[in-house]
Design a protein around this ligand. Sequence first.
Ligand SMILES: Nc1ncnc2c1ncn2[C@@H]1O[C@H](COP(=O)(O)OP(=O)(O)O)[C@@H](O)[C@H]1O
Ligand SMILES: [Mg+2]
Length: 278
Amino acid sequence: MNILKQLDEGSYGTVYLVQYDDKQIVAKVANLRKLDLKSPVTLTLIEKEVTALRELSNSSAKEYVPTFIDSYYQVYKELPHHFILMEYINGEQLVSYTNNWEGDIPVDILHHLTNGLINGLCEIHYNGFTHGDVKPENILVTEQGAIKYVDFGFSCNARNVDPTHKSKRGTLMYDPPEFFQEYPFTNSLQKAQAHDVWSLGIVIYELAHGLDKVPYDIKAVQVQQEIAIAPYIPPNYTRDDGSINKFLIFWLINDWKNRPTIHDIKEVFNKEIVKEKI
Ligand SMILES: Nc1ncnc2c1ncn2[C@@H]1O[C@H](COP(=O)(O)OP(=O)(O)O)[C@@H](O)[C@H]1O
Ligand SMILES: [Mg+2]
Protein backbone atom coordinates (compact mmCIF):
# COMPACT_ATOMS: atom_id res chain seq x y z
CA MET A 1 0.00 0.00 0.00
CA ASN A 2 1.47 3.26 -1.13
CA ILE A 3 0.24 6.68 0.07
CA LEU A 4 -0.46 9.00 -2.88
CA LYS A 5 -1.79 12.00 -1.01
CA GLN A 6 -3.59 13.18 2.11
CA LEU A 7 -7.21 14.02 1.38
CA ASP A 8 -8.18 15.35 4.77
CA GLU A 9 -7.23 15.52 8.40
CA GLY A 10 -10.27 14.38 10.31
CA SER A 11 -11.44 14.39 13.88
CA TYR A 12 -10.13 10.93 14.72
CA GLY A 13 -8.26 9.86 11.62
CA THR A 14 -6.34 11.06 8.64
CA VAL A 15 -7.84 10.26 5.26
CA TYR A 16 -5.37 9.24 2.53
CA LEU A 17 -5.66 8.34 -1.11
CA VAL A 18 -3.56 5.20 -1.51
CA GLN A 19 -2.48 2.87 -4.27
CA TYR A 20 -3.70 -0.65 -3.45
CA ASP A 21 -2.80 -3.31 -6.01
CA ASP A 22 -3.97 -1.76 -9.26
CA LYS A 23 -6.60 0.51 -7.65
CA GLN A 24 -6.69 3.85 -5.92
CA ILE A 25 -8.61 3.60 -2.67
CA VAL A 26 -9.05 5.53 0.58
CA ALA A 27 -7.39 4.66 3.89
CA LYS A 28 -8.77 6.30 7.03
CA VAL A 29 -5.92 5.93 9.48
CA ALA A 30 -6.13 6.51 13.24
CA ASN A 31 -3.09 6.70 15.50
CA LEU A 32 -4.36 4.76 18.49
CA ARG A 33 -1.72 5.93 20.92
CA LYS A 34 -2.62 9.54 20.30
CA LEU A 35 -6.32 8.85 20.38
CA ASP A 36 -6.37 6.72 23.51
CA LEU A 37 -4.87 9.59 25.40
CA LYS A 38 -7.34 12.02 23.94
CA SER A 39 -10.55 10.06 24.21
CA PRO A 40 -11.47 6.54 25.24
CA VAL A 41 -14.52 6.62 22.97
CA THR A 42 -12.41 6.61 19.83
CA LEU A 43 -12.39 2.85 19.59
CA THR A 44 -16.17 2.98 19.59
CA LEU A 45 -16.03 5.49 16.76
CA ILE A 46 -13.85 3.15 14.72
CA GLU A 47 -16.01 0.12 15.49
CA LYS A 48 -19.15 1.99 14.56
CA GLU A 49 -17.68 3.24 11.33
CA VAL A 50 -16.51 -0.25 10.35
CA THR A 51 -19.83 -1.91 11.25
CA ALA A 52 -21.87 0.61 9.31
CA LEU A 53 -19.64 0.63 6.23
CA ARG A 54 -19.33 -3.15 6.15
CA GLU A 55 -23.06 -3.77 6.46
CA LEU A 56 -24.32 -0.87 4.37
CA SER A 57 -22.00 -1.59 1.47
CA ASN A 58 -23.63 -5.03 1.30
CA SER A 59 -27.17 -3.71 1.41
CA SER A 60 -29.61 -1.73 -0.71
CA ALA A 61 -27.80 1.39 0.59
CA LYS A 62 -24.62 0.38 -1.26
CA GLU A 63 -24.88 2.96 -4.02
CA TYR A 64 -24.93 5.72 -1.37
CA VAL A 65 -21.82 4.76 0.64
CA PRO A 66 -18.19 3.97 -0.22
CA THR A 67 -17.64 0.22 -0.60
CA PHE A 68 -15.96 -1.24 2.46
CA ILE A 69 -12.67 -3.07 1.69
CA ASP A 70 -10.88 -3.96 4.93
CA SER A 71 -10.22 -2.96 8.54
CA TYR A 72 -7.16 -3.91 10.61
CA TYR A 73 -4.65 -2.86 13.24
CA GLN A 74 -1.04 -2.42 12.23
CA VAL A 75 2.10 -0.91 13.67
CA TYR A 76 3.01 2.03 11.50
CA LYS A 77 5.93 4.33 12.21
CA GLU A 78 6.41 2.28 15.41
CA LEU A 79 2.97 3.21 16.74
CA PRO A 80 -0.29 1.23 16.80
CA HIS A 81 -2.67 2.38 14.09
CA HIS A 82 -6.06 1.37 12.86
CA PHE A 83 -6.76 1.32 9.13
CA ILE A 84 -10.12 1.39 7.41
CA LEU A 85 -9.84 0.77 3.68
CA MET A 86 -12.70 1.78 1.43
CA GLU A 87 -13.59 2.80 -2.09
CA TYR A 88 -12.31 6.20 -3.20
CA ILE A 89 -15.16 8.52 -4.11
CA ASN A 90 -14.01 10.93 -6.75
CA GLY A 91 -16.19 13.87 -5.91
CA GLU A 92 -16.70 17.17 -4.15
CA GLN A 93 -18.04 17.80 -0.67
CA LEU A 94 -21.64 19.04 -0.81
CA VAL A 95 -20.48 22.13 1.05
CA SER A 96 -18.85 23.40 -2.16
CA TYR A 97 -22.28 23.44 -3.87
CA THR A 98 -23.69 25.57 -1.05
CA ASN A 99 -20.69 27.85 -1.44
CA ASN A 100 -20.73 28.07 -5.22
CA TRP A 101 -24.38 28.93 -5.67
CA GLU A 102 -24.71 31.28 -2.68
CA GLY A 103 -28.44 30.86 -2.41
CA ASP A 104 -29.10 30.99 -6.11
CA ILE A 105 -29.12 27.30 -6.88
CA PRO A 106 -31.18 26.40 -9.97
CA VAL A 107 -34.26 24.38 -9.21
CA ASP A 108 -33.25 21.36 -11.31
CA ILE A 109 -29.91 21.02 -9.47
CA LEU A 110 -31.66 21.48 -6.11
CA HIS A 111 -34.20 18.79 -7.02
CA HIS A 112 -31.54 16.41 -8.26
CA LEU A 113 -29.35 16.73 -5.15
CA THR A 114 -32.35 16.61 -2.80
CA ASN A 115 -33.57 13.44 -4.48
CA GLY A 116 -30.20 11.70 -4.01
CA LEU A 117 -29.85 12.94 -0.44
CA ILE A 118 -33.32 11.68 0.53
CA ASN A 119 -32.95 8.32 -1.22
CA GLY A 120 -29.52 7.76 0.34
CA LEU A 121 -30.68 8.49 3.89
CA CYS A 122 -33.84 6.47 3.29
CA GLU A 123 -31.76 3.39 2.38
CA ILE A 124 -29.44 3.91 5.37
CA HIS A 125 -32.44 4.04 7.72
CA TYR A 126 -34.25 1.22 5.94
CA ASN A 127 -31.25 -1.02 6.59
CA GLY A 128 -31.44 -0.31 10.31
CA PHE A 129 -28.73 2.33 10.63
CA THR A 130 -28.50 6.00 11.37
CA HIS A 131 -25.68 8.20 10.11
CA GLY A 132 -25.35 10.38 13.21
CA ASP A 133 -23.39 13.26 11.68
CA VAL A 134 -25.23 14.41 8.56
CA LYS A 135 -23.66 17.66 7.36
CA PRO A 136 -22.34 18.95 4.02
CA GLU A 137 -18.72 17.96 4.82
CA ASN A 138 -19.79 14.33 5.20
CA ILE A 139 -21.62 14.16 1.88
CA LEU A 140 -19.78 13.76 -1.41
CA VAL A 141 -21.22 14.48 -4.86
CA THR A 142 -19.57 12.59 -7.73
CA GLU A 143 -19.00 14.01 -11.20
CA GLN A 144 -22.08 12.10 -12.35
CA GLY A 145 -24.08 13.83 -9.61
CA ALA A 146 -24.43 10.76 -7.37
CA ILE A 147 -24.63 11.27 -3.61
CA LYS A 148 -22.34 9.37 -1.22
CA TYR A 149 -22.53 9.58 2.55
CA VAL A 150 -19.17 9.23 4.36
CA ASP A 151 -18.03 9.34 8.00
CA PHE A 152 -20.03 6.76 9.95
CA GLY A 153 -18.20 7.19 13.27
CA PHE A 154 -21.38 8.45 14.96
CA SER A 155 -23.70 5.97 13.29
CA CYS A 156 -25.78 3.52 15.24
CA ASN A 157 -28.05 0.55 14.72
CA ALA A 158 -30.54 -1.30 16.89
CA ARG A 159 -27.71 -3.28 18.53
CA ASN A 160 -25.73 -0.27 19.69
CA VAL A 161 -27.95 2.77 20.15
CA ASP A 162 -25.68 4.82 22.27
CA PRO A 163 -26.47 7.43 24.90
CA THR A 164 -22.94 8.82 24.49
CA HIS A 165 -24.06 9.94 21.05
CA LYS A 166 -24.26 13.37 22.64
CA SER A 167 -20.50 13.60 23.10
CA LYS A 168 -20.06 15.19 19.71
CA ARG A 169 -17.63 17.85 18.72
CA GLY A 170 -17.55 20.33 15.90
CA THR A 171 -20.51 22.25 14.59
CA LEU A 172 -23.88 22.31 16.35
CA MET A 173 -25.52 23.72 13.27
CA TYR A 174 -27.12 20.48 12.08
CA ASP A 175 -28.16 19.20 15.49
CA PRO A 176 -31.91 19.09 16.20
CA PRO A 177 -33.89 21.03 18.85
CA GLU A 178 -34.29 18.00 21.13
CA PHE A 179 -30.51 17.86 21.40
CA PHE A 180 -30.67 21.04 23.46
CA GLN A 181 -34.01 20.51 25.20
CA GLU A 182 -33.99 17.12 26.81
CA TYR A 183 -31.82 15.71 29.54
CA PRO A 184 -30.87 12.99 30.15
CA PHE A 185 -30.51 12.03 26.53
CA THR A 186 -32.64 8.90 26.35
CA ASN A 187 -31.76 7.35 23.07
CA SER A 188 -33.59 5.06 20.71
CA LEU A 189 -33.08 4.19 17.09
CA GLN A 190 -36.23 6.14 16.24
CA LYS A 191 -34.93 9.24 17.99
CA ALA A 192 -31.52 8.89 16.36
CA GLN A 193 -33.22 8.60 12.96
CA ALA A 194 -35.29 11.72 13.70
CA HIS A 195 -31.95 13.42 14.45
CA ASP A 196 -30.66 12.52 10.96
CA VAL A 197 -33.91 13.74 9.40
CA TRP A 198 -33.55 17.16 11.03
CA SER A 199 -29.88 17.42 10.04
CA LEU A 200 -30.64 16.61 6.41
CA GLY A 201 -33.49 19.14 6.44
CA ILE A 202 -31.02 21.82 7.55
CA VAL A 203 -28.54 20.71 4.87
CA ILE A 204 -31.20 21.17 2.19
CA TYR A 205 -32.50 24.42 3.69
CA GLU A 206 -28.94 25.75 3.51
CA LEU A 207 -28.41 24.41 -0.01
CA ALA A 208 -31.52 26.30 -1.14
CA HIS A 209 -30.71 29.57 0.67
CA GLY A 210 -26.91 29.80 0.76
CA LEU A 211 -24.07 29.25 3.17
CA ASP A 212 -25.03 29.51 6.87
CA LYS A 213 -28.62 30.44 6.00
CA VAL A 214 -30.62 28.25 8.34
CA PRO A 215 -34.08 28.58 9.95
CA TYR A 216 -32.72 30.17 13.14
CA ASP A 217 -30.15 32.82 14.08
CA ILE A 218 -26.82 31.09 13.57
CA LYS A 219 -24.94 34.15 14.84
CA ALA A 220 -26.65 34.21 18.24
CA VAL A 221 -24.28 33.92 21.20
CA GLN A 222 -26.35 31.09 22.67
CA VAL A 223 -27.05 29.30 19.41
CA GLN A 224 -28.27 26.22 21.31
CA GLN A 225 -31.18 28.26 22.63
CA GLU A 226 -32.09 29.34 19.11
CA ILE A 227 -31.98 25.77 17.79
CA ALA A 228 -34.16 24.62 20.71
CA ILE A 229 -37.01 26.81 19.38
CA ALA A 230 -36.25 26.42 15.67
CA PRO A 231 -37.46 26.67 13.01
CA TYR A 232 -38.58 30.30 13.15
CA ILE A 233 -37.08 31.82 10.01
CA PRO A 234 -39.44 30.72 7.24
CA PRO A 235 -37.90 29.22 4.10
CA ASN A 236 -37.71 31.66 1.24
CA TYR A 237 -36.47 29.88 -1.87
CA THR A 238 -37.67 31.91 -4.83
CA ARG A 239 -36.76 29.91 -7.90
CA ASP A 240 -39.83 27.68 -7.93
CA ASP A 241 -43.54 28.08 -7.26
CA GLY A 242 -43.03 27.85 -3.50
CA SER A 243 -43.20 24.08 -3.30
CA ILE A 244 -39.70 23.69 -1.81
CA ASN A 245 -40.66 26.17 0.93
CA LYS A 246 -43.80 24.20 1.72
CA PHE A 247 -41.78 21.00 1.69
CA LEU A 248 -39.21 22.38 4.18
CA ILE A 249 -41.99 23.49 6.53
CA PHE A 250 -43.44 19.97 6.41
CA TRP A 251 -39.94 18.51 7.03
CA LEU A 252 -38.44 20.64 9.81
CA ILE A 253 -40.73 19.86 12.75
CA ASN A 254 -39.39 20.93 16.17
CA ASP A 255 -40.93 18.00 18.08
CA TRP A 256 -39.04 14.89 16.98
CA LYS A 257 -41.97 12.60 17.74
CA ASN A 258 -44.06 14.45 15.15
CA ARG A 259 -41.25 14.93 12.64
CA PRO A 260 -41.80 12.97 9.41
CA THR A 261 -39.58 9.94 8.82
CA ILE A 262 -37.27 9.96 5.83
CA HIS A 263 -39.68 7.51 4.21
CA ASP A 264 -42.58 10.00 4.64
CA ILE A 265 -40.34 12.71 3.20
CA LYS A 266 -39.44 10.59 0.19
CA GLU A 267 -43.13 9.98 -0.56
CA VAL A 268 -44.01 13.67 -0.34
CA PHE A 269 -40.98 14.65 -2.42
CA ASN A 270 -41.97 12.27 -5.21
CA LYS A 271 -45.64 13.21 -5.07
CA GLU A 272 -45.51 16.96 -4.52
CA ILE A 273 -42.14 18.20 -5.74
CA VAL A 274 -40.92 16.24 -8.74
CA LYS A 275 -44.23 14.58 -9.60
CA GLU A 276 -43.47 12.34 -12.58
CA LYS A 277 -40.38 14.28 -13.66
CA ILE A 278 -37.69 11.97 -12.18
N1 LIG B 1 -14.18 7.23 0.64
C1 LIG B 1 -13.83 8.49 0.45
N2 LIG B 1 -13.54 8.95 -0.81
C2 LIG B 1 -13.17 10.23 -1.00
N3 LIG B 1 -13.03 11.14 -0.03
C3 LIG B 1 -13.30 10.75 1.24
C4 LIG B 1 -13.70 9.42 1.54
N4 LIG B 1 -13.90 9.33 2.88
C5 LIG B 1 -13.62 10.55 3.38
N5 LIG B 1 -13.27 11.41 2.41
C6 LIG B 1 -12.93 12.83 2.56
O1 LIG B 1 -12.23 13.02 3.77
C7 LIG B 1 -12.99 13.88 4.64
C8 LIG B 1 -12.83 13.42 6.09
O2 LIG B 1 -13.34 12.10 6.20
P1 LIG B 1 -14.36 11.73 7.34
O3 LIG B 1 -14.69 10.28 7.19
O4 LIG B 1 -15.48 12.71 7.30
O5 LIG B 1 -13.45 11.94 8.61
P2 LIG B 1 -13.73 12.66 9.99
O6 LIG B 1 -14.40 11.65 10.85
O7 LIG B 1 -12.39 12.93 10.47
O8 LIG B 1 -14.56 13.88 9.72
C9 LIG B 1 -14.42 13.83 4.12
O9 LIG B 1 -15.11 15.01 4.43
C10 LIG B 1 -14.21 13.66 2.63
O10 LIG B 1 -13.98 14.92 2.02
MG1 LIG C 1 -16.29 14.07 8.61
